[in-house]
Design a protein around this ligand. Structure first.
Ligand code: ADP
Ligand code: MG
Length: 701
């Protein structure tokens, strides 16, 4: 089938172009002005927009609409309402009012609120984020008009991830605009933040997936010995993509294109069965919505092709995990990317000032950045020599490092180094100037030409989490800089001094070397940089006085909102480990132990038979039997221990102590159970092992 990408792209989006075509001109102009000014929508215009949106949606086959939002856990939430409005004569009209478009009232009591909302005051409101366009979600059995919304409690506290994200974008807009105004660009009205999230995922065969309770219940394997071949040959990355996967990617891309998501790059990742999708970057809140849709769509399309998409940060122990690189930048409404250094960064004072602001923000708020990448699955990645380390630092590359060094050494920068001519030695291949900076894949926060790439984010996470922190911390430092510069008598020398002082004070956060090396961990410790390996230790940063001050100053989070979020994170951690522990216990008891005993028995019988029949040497069988028995014994005792500590954890009150107990005691007990079980997998015959192996899962998709 030939595909018309131009026609397909955005065909399920109530986009600017659709509004322009369908709305009366006056309504369109008002709608557009509302979006641009971020103001409230006139109720009359809302009625007109709602009507047209409904007509458009019905033409596309929609029967229902939903206020689509991102609660504090899970991917997205929606409650479907039909357009019907029954009449007294037994027929129905199809209606959708401006009021229904702009505001919704889902029963909020079933969404986590971290104590923000007692069940007796369950009221919560969803409100249309009209800067993110409505769209149609098509699944094999339904077609629904989705309206991207925020979700707040009756008292206005954010119960979602979108609200604080929008607040943080606003904060950055205000402060960054002050800065560009100082540089004489008075016509700039807004500074907009952008994100381009690269999404990693695994695809496995559905039938095999369904044979593993751990994948079904927890998204990751809780048992599994390493296959003889892992990723050591590095032959998967950029390798040819198998036919079945190509079919998936085709469908996946098309579904995304319909939603106006610019899925651009696809390739295999480091690990076998691992892949990546990168869209073209977009406005921060829209990119966030789109990334949620990317995750949802990947799972749906996989299902349709008898595959399963694993989004978990670490589906397979010992094999590369999945992350999400959050590429971040900001640009004026005139289109100037504020992170573009230009050809000669040493002369670009505005850029250097902003770079200095980012360095300072990362240095001061590194704990919040680390905390923003905290989901239970990510504990398996950070610091495991595959993802960035758990130590936050910034990579700026050779060219900027040289400029920074000039500032530190002599108080000013007088030159920028440039990339050398690249010459392949082949006449027909043109020479070109190489990038002044090579790539560094080990840094958690890397400057990559005209954007920063925050690489700690977990693959299941909403990118709202890290972007709220990045936007707010950068806004804060830019605001501080603007305060100083607005008062300065000599602007140029004040800018120069600010750049120099900031670089000198915060240079410890810059690291351009190998982030995976042990030497860096030691050096970072000497520099006083934190190395926080586990989520339970990281998330408390959100309720520190420093964080309360930062988010409070910019109206991004109140103290109550922060505490509720931290509470939910502790709870999420505890629940996740609890489900994992119970799943392990179940698999161990009902599958692994019985299968091992069965094999053990057949071995014992074979020994007896061989002995009775001809009295030959059975030392191999006996040794095998004794190894199996040994590991089974260890496994059984670890199983008992895990059962006991899980029971103990369940009895504890919710909160930090419980989460810590789950980490220190329950999680540790899970690892103890896993070791002998994985050894048994290597000893028991393949056909007797009750679950598909790592090899089955990742090499035979
Ligand atoms: P890689 O990290 O794999 O080398 P690319 O350079 O292709 O990736 O870019 C990765 C992502 O960064 C893409 O989603 C791209 O759209 C996004 N990106 C590019 N420029 C910007 C920018 N100015 N702001 C935010 N994201 C950007
Ligand atoms: Mg990247």
């Amino acid at each position: 089938m030939k595909i018309n990408v131009k026609e397909m792209f955005g065909s399920n989006v109530f986009s600017d172009a659709v509004m322009k075509e369908r709305l009366p001109k006056a309504a369109y102009i008002k709608m557009k002005a509302t979006i641009e000014a971020g103001a409230e929508l006139d109720p009359e215009v809302a009625d007109i927009v709602a009507h047209e949106m409904k007509e458009w949606a019905i033409e596309k086959g929609a029967t229902h609409y939903t206020h689509w939002f991102q609660p504090l856990t899970g991917i997205t939430a929606e409650k479907h309402d039909a357009f019907i409005d029954p009449q007294t004569d037994g027929t129905t009209l199809l209606r959708f009012s401006g009021k229904e478009l702009v505001k919704g009232e889902p029963d909020a009591s079933s969404f986590p609120s971290g104590g923000l909302r007692a069940t007796f005051e369950a009221r919560g409101y969803t409100a249309w984020d009209c800067t993110s366009p409505a769209f149609i979600k098509e699944t094999p059995h339904s077609t629904i008009l989705c309206i991207p919304t925020t979700f707040c409690s009756y008292k206005g506290e954010a119960l979602d991830k979108k609200t604080p994200l929008l607040r943080s974008m606003q904060a950055l807009d205000i402060q960054a605009t002050r800065i560009v105004h100082l540089f004489g660009k008075k016509s700039v009205k807004h500074v907009i933040t952008y994100a381009g999230p690269e999404q990693e995922y695994f695809l496995v065969d559905k039938a095999k997936f369904l044979k593993r309770k751990d994948l079904i219940f927890t998204g990751r394997t809780l048992f599994g010995a390493m296959p003889p071949k892992g990723q050591e040959m590095d032959d998967h990355y950029f390798g040819t993509i198998p036919e079945r996967i190509l079919q998936f990617m085709d469908r996946f891309n098309q579904e995304l294109w319909k939603l106006g998501i610019a899925a651009k790059t696809q390739h295999n990742e480091v690990a076998p069965a691992q892949h990546e999708l990168a869209p073209i970057y977009g406005q921060n809140n829209i990119a966030t919505d789109h990334n949620q849709l990317v995750m949802e769509t990947a799972q749906r399309v996989a299902e349709e092709l008898d595959l399963r998409c694993l989004l978990h940060e670490k589906p397979f122990a010992g094999i590369n995990g999945s992350g999400k690189h959050n590429n971040w930048s900001m640009a004026t409404d005139k289109g100037e990317n504020l992170l573009d250094p230009g050809d000669n960064p040493h002369q670009n004072m505005q850029f250097l000032l902003i770079l200095a602001a980012v360095l300072k923000a990362v240095d001061i708020y590194s704990d919040l950045l680390r905390a923003s990448a905290s989901v239970p699955g990510n504990d398996h990645r950070l610091g495991a020599n595959e993802a960035p380390p758990a130590i936050v630092s910034v990579f700026i590359g050779e060219q900027l490092q040289d400029v920074v060094k000039q500032y530190i050494d002599s108080g000013e920068a007088t030159r920028s180094i440039h990339g050398e001519e690249f010459d392949s030695g082949v006449n027909t291949i043109p020479t070109f100037e190489m990038d002044a900076t090579d790539r560094n894949r080990t840094s958690p926060f890397a400057f990559t030409g005209n954007k920063f790439e925050f690489r700690m984010v977990g693959s299941t996470q909403s990118i709202a989490d890290p972007n709220i922190v990045i936007n707010t911390m950068v806004a804060d430092v830019l605001g501080e800089f603007a305060d100083i510069l607005e008062k300065a008598e000599d602007f140029n020398s004040a800018v120069h001094d600010l750049i120099m002082d900031t670089i000198i004070t915060h240079k410890r956060i810059i690291f351009n070397g190998d982030g995976y090396s042990e030497a860096w961990a030691q050096k970072a410790e000497r520099r006083g940089l934190a190395n926080i390996g586990c989520m339970v230790d990281a998330i408390g940063a959100f309720t520190s006085q420093k964080a309360i001050g930062l988010f409070g100053r910019h109206g991004v989070f109140t103290e109550t909102e922060l505490s509720s979020r931290v509470e939910i994170m502790y709870e999420t951690y505890a629940k996740t480990i609890n489900i994992e522990a119970l799943t392990m216990i179940d698999m161990a008891k009902k599958q692994i132990v019985p299968a091992t005993i069965k094999y053990q028995t057949s071995l014992a019988e074979s020994i007896n038979q061989i002995k009775t029949a001809c009295d030959l040497d059975t030392s191999v069988q006996t040794k095998l039997l004794s190894d199996i028995t040994e590991n089974l014994k260890k496994m059984y005792s670890a199983l008992g221990k895990l059962e006991q500590v899980t029971y103990q954890a369940e009895k504890m009150p919710d909160g930090e102590d419980q989460a810590r107990f789950y980490h220190d005691v329950v999680f540790a007990a899970m690892n103890e159970l896993r070791t002998p079980a994985d050894k048994l997998e290597m000893l028991v015959a393949k056909e007797d092992w009750p679950i598909p192996s790592y090899g089955d899962l990742i090499f035979e998709v």
